[in-house]
Structures are given as structure tokens and as C-alpha cells.
Design a protein around this ligand. Sequence first.
Ligand code: NAD
Length: 261
Amino acid sequence: MFLKGKTALVTGSTSGIGAAYARALAGAGAAVMINGFGEADAIEQQCAALAQASGAPALHDPADMTRPEMIEAMVARCHGELGGPDIVINNAGIQHVAPVADFPTDKWDAIIAINLTSAFHVMRASVPLMRAAGWGRIISTASAHSLVASPNKSGYVAAKHGLVGLTKTVALETATDGITVNCISPGYVWTSLVENQIPDTMKARGLTRDQVINDVLLSAQPTKKFVTPDQVAAFALFLCREEAASITGANLSMDGGWTTA
Ligand code: NAD
């Protein structure tokens, strides 16, 4: 329970990797504000489970990560109702798979807004609060696609590369403030984000579902295994420890060896 008394805000945490971050942080005693879309009943149950695990309150904020004013209001609400935020995890993300000439401009705009610009707005609102507290942890879920490209993912690859640049810059600006700022860059993690891109990848590359899983997704990972959401969350939890106070401005790979090849 090393995070007792601390508050964590996790964007895009109603499913997948974000939900695993929220579970891990609550398991360590943090009050958690989750965010993202989903059924009201499921979100209520998720908050109840988090509060039970942490012994602290857990709230959901419905801010749409394409809307700067909602993001600012979410951080202010977290500060007002839960305290902090001491830890923020920029995790909300979407994907769209298409060659650049056919890439819908609205999908490009949404990917840049949700996967990159929302992290700027969260950091912009949170850094002054962390500075005042003299402690903070900012973690963003980037991706192996922050280091290398794949065809048909121009929006996603551009956003994730940008997220690393934002992280490095804010790490330097906060280096003497007790705040660390890092990215975790997973390879393929089996979540709805990956499952949903299979049909478009089948179409774009003329492949079957099994071929996409084995010859496109897992072929990138020398371990031939998907990363799990709980592995990513355990790594984030380590970054919240005092032992991790010197890790800042880093883009930390967790990709089964993908980007070493
Ligand atoms: P997911 O689809 O399971 O979760 C995405 C979350 O973001 C959900 O809670 C969803 O409601 C939320 N979200 C989407 N649009 C939003 C918006 N406009 N406003 C607020 N919330 C919004 O996907 P995931 O795989 O868990 O992805 C989480 C993060 O991990 C993303 O940033 C993704 O790019 C990154 N990532 C995923 C993988 C992978 O293989 N799954 C690999 C590397 C990085």
C-alpha cells in the first residue's frame, strides 16, 4: 500500500491497459479517477472494485479526450474531489489502419487529438499542482510505434513519436521539482484496440485473421507472445516508487524484443 494518501488520474481506463493501470494503482492504495467511455453499470462496478481494493474513493470522469476544456475540468475535479493528482497516466488512445492516400482526415485529427494532444492538456493542467506538492509521476502509454513505423498507421505512428518528444521536454522542465515524466512503450497487447484493427489489416494487406495475428502482429515480437495489460501496469507501478526517482525523460520499451531487431 505504498501509494496510500496519493491520487492517480488515468485517462482511457475503462478497458484494456488503462483498466489494468487503475487496478494496480488502487491495489497499492491510491485513490483513482478513471476516465473513458463505457456502459454506466460497468463503470460503476469498476469504481466500486477500485474503492474496495484501495480503501480510498474511486471516481469516473467522462471527459472526451478530444475536448481541451473537458480535460482541464477533469484535472480540476480530481484536485477538488480526490486531491492531487499525484500520478497521471496518459493512456487514452485509438487506432485507424489505412494507407496514407486513403487515410480519412477526420481519423487523422482524432488520433492526434486523443493520442497526443490530450497528454499536453493533462500535463499543462497537472504540472503546477505537482510542483506545488513537490512530487509527481507522469506516465504516458506510447508504443513500439513511438520508435519504429509500420505501414498504414501514419496517424498513430506520428502521434506516438510526438508523445515521446512531449515527454522528454516536460521531463527537462520538471527535473528539479520531484516530478518524473516517462513513456512506457509496449509492443502488441491483446486488447480491444488490437482486436478491432484486425479486419482493416486483413483488408489493407489481403490476409486472413490468423495470418494477421501470426504474420503481422506476433511476427514483430521475437518472444511470439502478446504483452499483457498487467505487465504494463506493474511497470507503471514501479515508476511510482521512490526507487524510480532518477528515471525521467525515458521511453521504456516493453515489446518482447520488437524494437531491438
Ligand atoms: P482500449 O481500446 O482497450 O482502451 C482505450 C481506452 O481509451 C478506453 O477506455 C476508451 O474508452 C478510451 N478512449 C477512447 N477514446 C477516448 C476519448 N475520446 N476520450 C476519452 N477516452 C477515450 O485500448 P488499449 O489497447 O488498452 O490502449 C490503451 C493505450 O495503449 C493506447 O494509448 C494505445 O495506443 C496504447 N498501446 C496499446 C497497445 C496494444 O497493443 N493494445 C500497444 C501499445 C500501446
